[in-house]
Design a protein around this ligand. Structure first.
Ligand SMILES: Cc1ncc(COP(=O)(O)O)c(C=O)c1O
Length: 323
């Protein structure tokens, strides 16, 4: 029976969904949404905050500030509340209203930056805002999830060994790429052991992380409009770019079986299924994919008919949404 005093001390690390009957591929989905932050980002938040405390960067009276599209913001709101820090989340209009409400309920301050960067995204303008803030007042501490080595370290020390323990014969690992913290931590762990494990990064079409052409993206979580400093392709064997329409189709397919996951899980499962069908047709490799969060946060977007009609009107008839 787990008994905890701090919300970040609880995390389900050993839950997998066997997706064979849902998507027709041999694929185990590691569920990272069962903690008080509801996402994989709780691990990165804890690791980065604890390292900043150890290094003497974060001290009583510091104000934590971070640029986040939602989940890291919620995770940092929890850690900051537990440790007594004030937290300011700098985000953009694509951040889910639910995540914004969660952060405010946890005592965080949320600022929405609406100016787009040169790639049509918001990342660079958000980061510029944070930089200006830190220059103006020394109490602000920016953990910078896009460049902080403790972001990937959280997965090198936690997520990857947990997968290794349950799947000692792992052959393929599919990891979605946002900041690439999860991807780089897992990839480094398995590549350092020189085992024949194929690491496949899953990204959204329109993301520039692996050198793509920037395009409009509506689903938060995966993809960037500015290449993250953490990314190192030498640890990655293959990259799959998934169109957002496939993300939407896949989350709805999973929901028809009672599994309500977030958008990035739809992207990862869609990319993994396609990759397995191309490379391992008729074979049974030991394959795992990581599901970063659950679906409740996306009820106003990818699970909302009016939102889907506005942004993906042409695929509505495929989705079988009851009216
Ligand atoms: C829902 C969701 N999926 C995927 C990711 C990507 O994880 P990472 O930043 O470790 O690449 C994030 C990151 O915020 C996320 O919130």
């Amino acid at each position: 029976m787990p008994i905890i005093s701090s919300p970040q001390d609880f995390n389900v690390e050993d839950l997998y969904v066997d997706l064979r009957s849902v998507v027709g591929s041999p694929l185990y989905l590691k569920c990272e949404g069962f903690n008080f932050a509801g996402s994989v980002k709780l691990k990165a938040a804890c690791e980065m905050v604890e390292a900043a405390e150890r290094d003497g960067i974060l001290t009583p009276g510091s104000i934590l500030v971070e640029s986040s599209s939602g989940n890291l913001g919620v995770a940092l709101s929890i850690v900051a509340a537990d440790k007594g820090y004030h937290f300011l989340c700098v985000t953009d209009p694509r951040c889910n209203p639910a995540s914004q409400r969660l952060m405010r309920a946890l005592g965080a301050e949320v600022r929405i930056i609406s100016a787009q960067d040169a790639n049509g995204g918001f990342l660079e303008t958000r980061i510029q805002y944070v930089r200006t803030l830190c220059e103006s007042d020394s109490r602000y501490v920016w953990l910078n999830q896009y460049a902080n080595q403790n972001n990937w370290m959280a997965h090198y020390r936690g997520t990857a060994p947990a997968i290794d323990k349950q799947f000692p014969d792992l052959e393929v690992l599919f990891v979605g790429a946002g900041t690439t913290g999860t991807l780089m931590g897992c990839a480094r762990y398995f590549k350092e052991q020189s085992r024949p494990i194929t690491i496949v990064a899953i990204d959204a079409v329109g993301s520039v992380t692996f050198g793509g052409i920037p395009e409009r993206r509506m689903v938060p979580g995966l993809g960037t409009s500015s290449r993250p400093d953490l990314v190192d392709e030498s640890f990655v064997d293959d990259v799959v770019h998934v169109p957002e329409v496939d993300t939407i189709r896949t989350v709805h397919q999973l929901a028809t079986r009672g599994f309500l996951f977030g958008g990035s899980t739809g992207t990862v499962v869609s990319g993994a299924t396609k990759w397995l069908a191309e490379r391992y047709l008729g074979e049974e490799p030991c394959a795992v994919a990581i599901a970063p969060d659950l679906g409740e946060r996306y009820l106003d977007s990818i699970y909302e008919e009016s939102w889907l009609r506005e942004h993906f009107g042409n695929i509505i008839p495929d989705l079988n949404i009851p009216s």
